[in-house]
Design a binder for this molecule. Structure first.
Ligand SMILES: [Zn+2]
Length: 427
């Protein structure tokens, strides 16, 4: 549910062991309207062919993190991203050629198919795959010592949400940050490599590449976000002031000042991004905040049961049921005896009906909403299966997240007013 570019969706597959130093498809053809169509068709089938292989490898690694699965995914990532970058660079050969609008869109998509493009130079893809793999594993398997035992991220999140002791909240917040500290050098390196790769593809940097994915110029997208923020800002400032005052009343000046910034750990969320966990403190005076968790615990005994109930919402919209493999192959709970990546995310394995959720659901109101969100991604992924390979990601990421967030306004969750942000990308 944290925002982070996803995995399998954006990383298109490629044949294992392909020699990427071979002359590119584009080099063999003059840049004409016809050769653009031939290039795009060839690139698309090449990428689609092995998508399932790369996605299955990533799935196995995410649900069973070992030295071996890490190494396999790292190798596949390096090979695939080198191919995708090669295709993206070759696509630039038709930048000045008048081509069919559908072909133009596919050429543009080829240039930004990867969230984090590796540098084109020799060794660039391998180094980025190694650094990214290490970051991913460190984060997914991170834990810290607290009160005499080890806390995973999920346990720390729940403890922080429940804590009303500022010293304990601070310790949990800082404890989780000890996992991040050793990641700093790799993260800085990943950014440098990604920016280098983005420049190789003709973008100013990774940020400009990301902002170019919304059918407008990157600068125009930044302006649009600024415009929307200016619209929303007065409400946010009022809410911030109100919540700060409530926290000040709850904890006193020594813990939360009546002025300035809100102490992030007091929001009860590990990133301070969602304040719904402190509704007991922030609800209007005289009201009785409704806590979804107790009735959830009374009704559901495990993550699958919770997800089946959430799925009923999508069935009630008239959508066809998910394939039976969704229920047999998804990971709804943290399994015993192996390391897994618990960050909730939605996957399409074969880009057809084999969609899955990977999560470690606890029975809480927050996870209830997360299960709806991930299911929204799954239904949206499935809806694109008849599209050409390069169009299967949807119009843009905003639509994906929007569908995931649909349940909230429609369903009228009791704590809708707490303003929980829709959870992250395809997660
Ligand atoms: Zn999402």
């Amino acid at each position: 549910m944290r925002c982070r570019g996803l995995v399998a969706l954006a990383v298109a597959g490629a044949a294992v062991g392909v020699a990427f130093s071979s002359p590119g498809l584009a080099a063999q053809q003059a840049p004409t309207r016809a050769s653009a169509e031939a290039f795009v068709a060839s690139a698309e089938s090449r990428l689609a062919r092995d998508h399932a292989l790369s996605t299955r490898a990533s799935w196995i690694r995410a649900t069973n993190i070992t030295v071996d699965t890490d190494a396999l995914v790292e190798q596949l990532d390096a090979e695939q991203s080198a191919l995708v970058v090669q295709l993206g660079r070759e696509a630039a050969a038709w930048d000045e050629v008048a081509v069919d609008p559908v072909v133009r869109r596919k050429l543009d998509l080829l240039k930004r198919l990867l969230d984090m493009p590796p540098p084109q130079r020799a060794g660039g893809a391998e180094e980025l795959a190694e650094v990214s793999g290490r970051l991913s594993t460190t984060y997914a398997t991170g834990a810290f010592e607290f009160e005499g035992r080890r806390y995973t991220l999920g346990e720390a999140e729940r403890a922080l949400a429940a804590s009303r002791d500022p010293a304990r909240s601070q310790a949990l917040w800082e404890g989780w940050r000890t996992v991040a500290r050793p990641m700093r050098a790799d993260y800085v390196r990943m950014v440098a490599l990604g920016n280098e790769g983005a420049r190789d593809l003709g973008f100013a940097d990774v940020g400009a590449m990301w902002r170019s994915g919304y059918d407008m110029e990157p600068d125009a997208f930044a302006d649009e976000v600024d415009r929307l923020w200016a619209q929303l800002r007065p409400l946010y400032v009022d809410l911030h002031c109100y919540v700060r005052a409530r926290l000040n009343t709850q904890y006193g000046d020594a813990v939360q000042s009546a002025h300035g910034l809100i102490r992030a750990d007091l929001t009860g969320n590990m990133w301070g991004q969602n304040w719904s966990g402190i509704l007991d403190i922030t609800a209007p005076q005289g009201s009785t905040p409704f806590d979804l968790t107790p009735p959830m615990k009374a009704r559901f005994t495990n993550g699958e049961a919770l997800t089946r109930a959430a799925d009923g919402f999508y069935g009630s919209l008239g959508l066809a049921p998910l394939a039976s493999t969704f229920w047999t192959l998804s990971q709804f709970e943290r399994p015993a005896g192996r390391q897994v990546d618990c960050n909730a995310s939605a996957w399409t394995i074969d880009e057809k009906d084999d969609v899955r959720i990977k999560a470690c659901f606890a029975i809480t109101g927050s996870e209830w909403r997360t299960s709806h969100h991930e299911l929204g991604h799954n239904y949206y992924q499935r809806a694109y299966q008849a599209q050409p390979y390069l169009f299967r990601e949807g119009a843009n990421g905003g639509f994906h997240e929007g569908l995931g967030g649909l349940r909230r306004p429609v369903g009228g969750d009791p704590d809708l007013s707490a303003g929980r942000r829709p959870s992250g990308a395809w997660r």
